[in-house]
Design a protein around this ligand. Structure first.
Ligand SMILES: *Cc1c(COP(=O)(O)O)cnc(C)c1O
Length: 402
């Protein structure tokens, strides 16, 4: 450990809350797929800060747009109009279809807004408060760390120590329609899902299941609310994960990839339900400020200009095929490969902590997830050569793994 690193470790220990298990290196610079630590060591970033930096690090166009906007107007609150939120909403609506947007700062906040939407919908439907508010979510879901998010996240490691949580949640098993339909009663207002569960290990809902859920929601007048915080904004090779199933939800939460690394979250609500939020019902001081919206706008502009959705879809298929080949060759270590596009998970046969640390040492950053999973989330504009280098490191590391 050099002195700079050891000083930093001391500062971390003294001043930074210990809620993260931090890796033993210090990142100081990034460009494209590459990041460097404070010793000058180079890494391929196949974690993208957990599906955030879709354009890679410091994409020149994105940086320029943020710099220019920073000299024009950074913040003024949503009590005033400024050009960027409707511009961003108009661009996003090309993917969502007609509806309205609310901008916030994170995935948890976006999800909180979905849960508030379900409550408003229930109040409207029942004609009184506190009667219809039940939400059916999924086992192993992850929706964030706020009280609403935690309540919708039936994982012991997330909820422990914070109970009592919000009332009214029950949970079905993904890809088992009956486990959802059997929980619907006259007080149910919404079904709430991630199209692919990210934090729990890249566990996809299949198309037939999502279509069945859409039908259930229609039959019982329930909102279909999707958490696309991890799957959205191109990660799966379509703009939203649900598009693979050919359905349309009633409301969507998004965040991670949206700002390309600048904090912004959003929800979209179909026109039919958008009127439930009236003046005073919700807000966010920073949410969707000119700088954040500009960052998101420039992400979408680059994705369009560089045809990144197509690139992720095509290259993601190839990358998955290569990972499946490794899984075949190293069956003693790999159980299966899941996901699509650049939302891929290698399901290991045992805890992948050592494996992931060995990858770090060889210069490849990946992110762990539940179910012994190693997430492979490269930036959308990763080159074929960089993918090959990552595959070589994976193979070499598997070879050495005991
Ligand atoms: C990351 C994530 C969240 C939480 O987002 P934050 O920005 O960390 O609050 C919520 N839902 C899903 C599906 C996520 O992947």
């Amino acid at each position: 450990m050099n002195t700079q690193t050891s000083n930093l470790t001391t500062l971390y220990d003294k001043y930074i809350l210990g809620n993260y298990p931090v890796a033993p290196f210090t990142l100081v610079k990034g460009q494209g797929t590459l990041v460097w630590d404070d010793t000058g060591k180079e890494y391929l970033d196949f974690g993208t800060g957990i599906a955030v930096t879709g354009l890679g690090h410091c994409h020149p166009y994105w940086v320029k747009r943020i710099q220019d906007q920073a000299t024009e107007l950074i913040h003024c609150t949503n009590l005033y109009r400024f050009p960027q939120p409707p511009q961003l909403a108009e661009k996003l609506a090309k993917y969502t279809g007609p509806g309205k947007f609310f901008f916030c700062n994170s995935g948890a906040e976006a999800n909180e807004t979905l849960i508030k939407l379900a409550r408003l919908y229930g109040t409207d439907k029942a004609g009184e408060e506190g009667k219809s508010y039940k939400i059916i979510g999924a086992e192993n879901a992850f929706h964030g760390r706020t009280f609403g998010g935690m309540s919708a996240t039936p994982l012991e490691k997330i909820q422990k120590g914070f109970r009592p949580l919000l009332d009214g949640f029950s949970f079905g098993e993904i890809n088992n329609l009956e486990s959802f339909s059997s929980k619907i009663d006259e007080h149910t207002v919404a079904i709430y899902l991630e199209p692919t569960q990210g934090e729990s290990g890249v566990l996809p809902c299949n198309a037939e299941f999502l279509q069945g859920i859409r039908k259930l929601c229609d039959e019982h007048n329930l909102l279909l609310m999707l958490d696309e915080v991890q799957t959205g904004v191109g990660r799966t090779g379509r703009f939203f994960g649900y598009e693979h199933a050919g359905i349309v939800p009633d409301a969507i939460a998004m965040a991670k990839g949206l700002g390309g690394g600048f904090p912004i979250g959003a929800i979209w609500i179909a026109d039919k339900y958008a009127g439930l939020f009236t003046p005073g019902t919700h807000g966010s001081t920073y949410g969707g400020n000119p700088l954040a919206c500009t960052a998101a706008l420039s992400v979408l502009e680059v994705m369009e200009k560089e045809n990144l959705l197509e690139r992720v879809a095509e290259s993601g298929d190839k990358l998955k095929a290569s990972l499946c080949k490794l899984a075949d060759e190293y069956q003693q270590h790999i159980a299966e490969v899941r996901g699509q596009g650049y939302l891929l998970g290698i399901g290991m046969k045992k805890d992948p902590t050592d494996f992931i640390n060995n990858l770090f040492e060889k210069g490849l950053i990946t992110v762990p997830a539940g179910a012994n999973t190693v997430r492979i989330y490269p930036p959308f504009n990763v080159s074929d050569n960089e993918i090959q280098s990552a595959l070589d490191i994976l193979e070499q590391t598997l070879k050495e793994l005991k």
